[in-house]
Design a protein around this ligand. Structure first.
Ligand code: SF4
Ligand code: SF4
Length: 332
């Protein structure tokens, strides 16, 4: 199966439970950013730029686990910044897995190998490594020579030790899709459990013109047609239809609530109007309908997975055709 059975079951249970309770909006993936500091300064990174004034701030371990407890999403994505430089990362990983929440640890993989003996081998734990191209592109984007080989070695080591490992790759204006195909081949040979390929978001904090507009995204992602049969994509087939411009999905901004040292970031993972003191305040005080309909100008070119995949998750049951497409995809 594309998604482990345990994860599929947890998501299905969560959707059914919330529908039975009549909840219209509920969290699917908590984006937990314990810090924004990083050991790199990648060209397309909005976080280290948006939060440069508070880059030294960190959530305490208690604040992190308190956020996990206050927001009942089945999945927690620990990101940042670089989570492996968070001093309590081992306690945080174990604390989330002990709560039987599915944890995705998003990392640039620098130093990953030394943490592997301290991380749990659990169906609730997945390592998600960002890979932005083949060797030359990856090293240039990351601003450090040799990183591609370091990251690939870390992926292979984690796989050899029995961890579930996926990758995520951001597509920019200059991205050569033939190179992305080469990367998919290399990562498949390394044994990864899945690959997410998505366009970048044009963060206001980044002034360089490196991001794709909608038409540019359609053109790039039409090149991926048929690749799902060759590679283990984590992009759902319905999200790929959206990326090719074949259908529309509203946004589900509340599906991925984001918390960081400044508080609960609203309205969404990508844009920031303010930070709230609690998850309840974020949910109660945001004009969700405006963002669901993508009416804000900052939503114009947003085709990010965090906007669309939660919509896919909650809408799939409404169409027999979509349900069959998703079932077939998950079983392959
Ligand atoms: S590794 Fe991730 S968090 Fe660090 S600078 Fe690059 S994109 Fe940003
Ligand atoms: S469409 Fe708008 S509200 Fe939704 S994730 Fe993108 S930027 Fe955020």
């Amino acid at each position: 199966m594309r998604f482990p059975i345990q994860l599929t079951w947890s998501i299905t249970k969560h959707l059914v439970k919330n529908r039975l309770k009549g909840r219209k909006r509920f969290p699917l993936v908590l984006m937990l950013e314990p810090l924004h500091a990083c050991n790199l300064a990648c060209d397309g990174c909005g976080r280290i730029r948006e939060y440069k004034e508070t880059i030294r701030e960190k959530m305490t371990l208690e604040e992190c686990l308190g956020a996990v407890d206050s927001c009942d999403s089945p999945i927690v994505s620990v990101c940042g910044g670089e989570p492996l430089i968070y001093p309590d990362i081992v306690g945080l990983v174990n604390g989330i897995v002990d709560r039987k929440r599915h944890l995705y640890l998003c990392t640039n993989a620098i130093g990953l190998e030394k943490f592997l003996p301290k991380f749990p081998k659990s169906p609730y734990f997945t390592i998600n490594v960002s890979m932005d191209g083949l060797e030359q592109t990856h090293d240039v984007t990351r601003g450090r020579k040799g990183l591609y080989q370091i990251d690939l070695t870390a992926i292979k080591t984690a796989k050899a030790q029995g961890f579930r490992v996926i990758t995520n790759t951001t597509v920019y204006k200059e991205t050569d899709m033939a190179e992305i195909e080469g990367l998919c081949k290399e990562l498949t040979a390394a044994g990864v459990d899945g690959m997410l390929i998505a366009p970048g978001y044009a963060y206001q904090a980044i002034h360089d013109d490196i991001f794709l507009d909608r038409q540019g995204i359609y053109d790039k992602f039409r090149r991926l047609s048929g690749w799902s049969k060759r590679f283990r994509f984590m992009n759902t087939p319905l999200y790929l239809e959206f990326l090719r411009g074949e259908r529309h999905f509203d946004c589900t901004p509340w599906g991925n609530p984001t918390v960081n040292p400044k508080g609960w970031k609203g309205p969404c993972y990508l844009i920031t109007d303010r930070h709230y003191n609690s998850y309840e305040e974020l949910m109660a005080q945001t004009d969700w309908e405006k963002f669901e309909r993508r009416e804000d100008p900052r939503c114009a070119n947003c085709m990010m997975h965090c906007s669309v995949e939660p919509t896919v998750m909650r809408e799939t049951g409404g169409s027999m055709r979509d349900a069959m497409v998703m079932l077939k995809w998950n079983l392959t």
